[in-house]
Each structure stands twice: as C-alpha cells, then as structure tokens.
Design a protein around this ligand. Structure first.
Ligand code: FAD
Ligand code: UDP
Length: 385
C-alpha cells in the first residue's frame, strides 16, 4: 500500500515524510518506536504546566535561510538569543569565553594585555577553537589558553565524553570557540529562535497531511527482516523505499561491532520560585557530576506560572542493555567508529531500497538545521533513484 516507509519520527524522518507527501503526493508510513513524534526535539508540558524539552535543551539556530524559511512554513517564532554562563571558581562567567569573560576574571591591566594580544594575533570578531589557542607561541596567550583549557574545557569535556579535550574530535570543542569579541551570545547565527508554540506543535504541523500515517510504539526491528538482499516488512518483500533514521549497528544486529555513543540522564526538578538562575543555561565545568542546568522558562518565555522547572544533564556511558543509558545521544567521532560505520553503510548498499538520514543513521554530530538540510538533500536523492 505504501511506496515509502520512514523509520523514526525525528526531524530527519518527518522532513522527508513531509516532502514525500506534499511534493511527490505519495502516501508515506512513519514507524516510530517511541510513544511520541519529534524524536529528540519533543517537548511537552510537565505536571506543573511548564513547557519542558524531554531530551535536553533545544535552541534553533542557523545561517541557512532556506532551512529557516522551510521551518517557518510550520511555525511562527519567539525571538530568542541563547545565553550561557559558566560557574568557575565561585563566579558566573560568560560562555563562550570572550573578551567580557576576560574582564570579569582578571585584573584590569592583565585583562587589557590579553585582549590586545588576542586582537593583534587573531583579529577582532574571530572565533578560535581552544585547541588552536593552545598552540599559540606567545607566552602570555599560552597562559591564557591553559587557563581556559583547564577551567572551561578539561573537566566539562571529561564529564561529557569520558576523555580529555585533546582526545575528542577537534570539531567537538570547536563548537564552543573562544570569541574575540564582546558578543556574549552562545550562537551567533543569523536566524535564531524558539518555535512559538513549541517543537512538538511544529512537528505536528509538519506532519499535517492525510498522506502521512504514523505507527508509534513500533520498533522497525520487530516488523522487518533483512533477507538475501531483500527487505521484508510484516513478512512480505517490500519493494518501495525505506528511509532509516535510527542506529545502523542495531539495524544489522551489530554484525560489524557496536558503534560508540554517549548517553545522558535527564533530571528535571520543579522549584517554587519565579526564576532559578539569570540565564537559560549555566554550565558547571568543574563542579558536580552534571554538565549544565537549564531553566526552560528563559527559553520559552513562558510567563503564566510562578514556579519553574530546571534540568540537570548527567552524561552517561551508553549501554543499550541498561535502562537510563540506552538512548544514544551523541556519536563518538573517532577513526575506529568511522570504520565500523562504513561497514554498515556498505552493507546497506547491498539493498537498493534503504537510505540513511539523520544524526543517528549518518553517525554525525548534527544540529537541527544540518539534519533538515541533509534530509532535504536526501529527499532529492530519493527522487532521483
Ligand atoms: P532523532 O531525533 O534521534 O530521531 C530518530 C528517531 O528514530 C527517534 O524518535 C527514535 O525513537 C526513532 N528510532 C530509532 N530507531 C528506531 C527503530 N528501530 N524503529 C522505530 N523508530 C526508531 N540541535 C540544535 O540545533 N540546537 C540545540 O540546542 C540542540 N540541543 C541538543 C541537546 C541535546 C541534549 C541533544 C542530544 C541534541 C541536541 N541537538 C540540538 C541536536 C538535535 O537533537 C538533533 O540534531 C536532531 O534532533 C536529530 O534529529 P534526527 O531525526 O536525526 O534524530
Ligand atoms: N564544552 C566545554 N565546556 C563548556 C561548553 C562546551 O568543554 O562550557 C565542550 C564539551 O566538550 C562539549 C562541546 O564543547 O561536549 C560542545 O558543547 P555544546 O554546548 O555544543 O554541546 P551540546 O549542546 O551539543 O551538548
């Protein structure tokens, strides 16, 4: 009955399903193992009436106008610029580390010297990853780099990834570079905001087509079989196209080994106060087992409640067999995982009707905008096949 099946109702899956329904005018079935749509961007009201992000704080930000326009068909936006502070040596300092952070931490003369040297060496407005700043030859700048490395990156990264910053892919810490500017915003993208009525509402709008059918609480593994280069669904050979957005190692029964992930334990707490902290997120690089506390009301702008809900994120070693650690949140980008991933990709190519999309299936540390951009490309590829 369906020519197209999409596995996973996260942003990757729903974007492709929307295009199949509205551009190709074809029926599409989405299979989702969770009890809700939206994947990791799912938000909902908690028992206290506060809009929370069930899988961690999500702020939409992009420089890609095409992606902003695409999503703007399905949601209006609340203008929002994300601000983060870091709790370091008993003080709250602006993160990403920038010229304001320097002024806050160091005596005036020293701060001015650091600032001038940074501007002379890299230029005003430039963003420098910590691993690059570490390589600087100037003795004073190297001292500064060492300070930032130890106070902001070392312990946070060790909590998050279980290895030091020099052992994770450089692109990871480069996501939060040192800003040689006085712009305190966490993201400096041209387009930034929160879906006015929340992510789940936006996702519902994306899926609002009678050509899209959704089966929740259904694991693709349980209804499919890979057999002699044919894919069977409900015990019948499926000749249509499958877009798969889950873990690829699970899909092929871990034949080539398990891919590495980091997971997160999300600990929500409701507090009877108007606000708990002054900005949406406070990072705790050096204290506690959690990495950050997010207070949702700052992000969503919700004003109709007195109390507030906060979220502490505790990084976990991923283990598919242990509840609480079994949700893959972050791919561990290294050569050995890439080699394993490539084998699964090659395996998938034996079946000419399955295509991978999204953060899990492409094994990439994608933000939302990158997932959607890639999903739109994948849709075009699907049309050409
Ligand atoms: P997912 O959202 O993971 O969707 C995949 C779906 O497939 C899931 O619903 C899953 O249940 C389903 N599935 C998997 N296997 C099966 C199966 N066998 N059968 C059926 N269904 C299956 N990005 C930003 O741009 N800004 C942010 O502020 C931001 N914050 C983040 C914070 C955290 C803590 C995390 C983890 C990520 C954050 N991201 C952020 C990234 C963002 O969440 C992802 O880019 C995006 O949600 C990925 O969408 P996806 O569809 O690829 O994957
Ligand atoms: N990071 C850090 N200290 C911070 C913020 C970030 O060491 O205060 C590093 C850490 O390795 C983290 C990475 O930068 O995993 C990317 O941070 P980001 O905030 O982008 O992480 P995400 O929101 O994706 O969890």
């Amino acid at each position: 009955m369906f020519k197209y099946i999409v596995v996973g109702a996260g942003l990757a899956g729903i974007t492709i399903a929307e295009r199949i329904a509205n551009e190709l005018n074809e029926q599409v079935l989405i299979i989702e193992k969770r009890g809700h749509i939206g994947g990791n961007v799912y938000d909902c009201y908690d028992e206290h009436g506060i809009l929370i992000h069930k899988y961690g704080p999500h702020i939409f930000h992009t420089n890609n106008k095409k992606i902003w326009d695409y999503l703007s068909q399905f949601t209006a936006w609340k203008e929002y610029q994300h601000k983060v502070l870091g709790y370091v040596d008993g003080q709250l300092i602006p993160i990403p580390f920038n010229l304001n952070t320097i002024d806050k931490l160091f005596p005036a003369g020293m701060a001015a010297r650091y600032t001038n040297k940074l501007i002379q060496t890299f230029g005003y407005g430039i963003k420098v990853p910590i691993l690059e700043l570490n390589k600087t030859e100037d003795v004073e700048l190297r001292q500064l780099a060492q300070y930032v490395y130890e106070k902001v990156f070392l312990n946070y990264t060790t909590k998050q990834w279980d290895v030091s910053p020099d052992k994770v892919d450089g692109a990871v810490t480069a996501r939060v570079p040192i800003h040689i500017s006085r712009d305190d915003r966490y993201f400096q993208n041209t387009y930034q905001g929160m879906p006015l009525l929340g992510y789940t509402k936006m996702v519902e709008n994306i899926l609002n087509s009678n050509k899209i059918k959704i089966m929740l609480k259904t694991d693709f593994k349980e209804i499919s079989q890979f057999n002699k280069n044919k894919i069977e669904i409900f015990e019948k050979t499926f000749n249509g196209k499958i877009v798969y957005t889950g873990n690829v190692d699970e899909l092929f029964d871990y034949t080539f080994g398990e891919l590495g992930y980091r997971s997160t334990k999300f600990d929500f707490e409701y507090i009877q106060e108007q606000h708990h902290q002054s900005v949406a997120t406070v990072n705790y690089p050096n204290n506690y087992d959690f990495t950050r506390i997010t207070e949702f009301k700052h992000m969503t702008g919700q004003k109709n409640t007195y109390g507030t809900t906060i979220l502490r994120e505790y990084p976990q070693k991923y283990d598919r067999n242990i509840v609480g650690r079994d949700v893959p949140m972050y791919p561990v980008l290294d050569d050995s995982n890439q080699q394993i991933y490539n084998k699964y990709k090659q395996e998938a190519e034996k079946y000419n009707n399955i295509i991978f999309a999204g953060r899990l299936a492409e094994y990439m540390y994608y933000d939302m905008d990158a997932v959607i951009a890639k999903a739109l490309d994948t849709f075009k590829k699907l049309c050409r096949q």
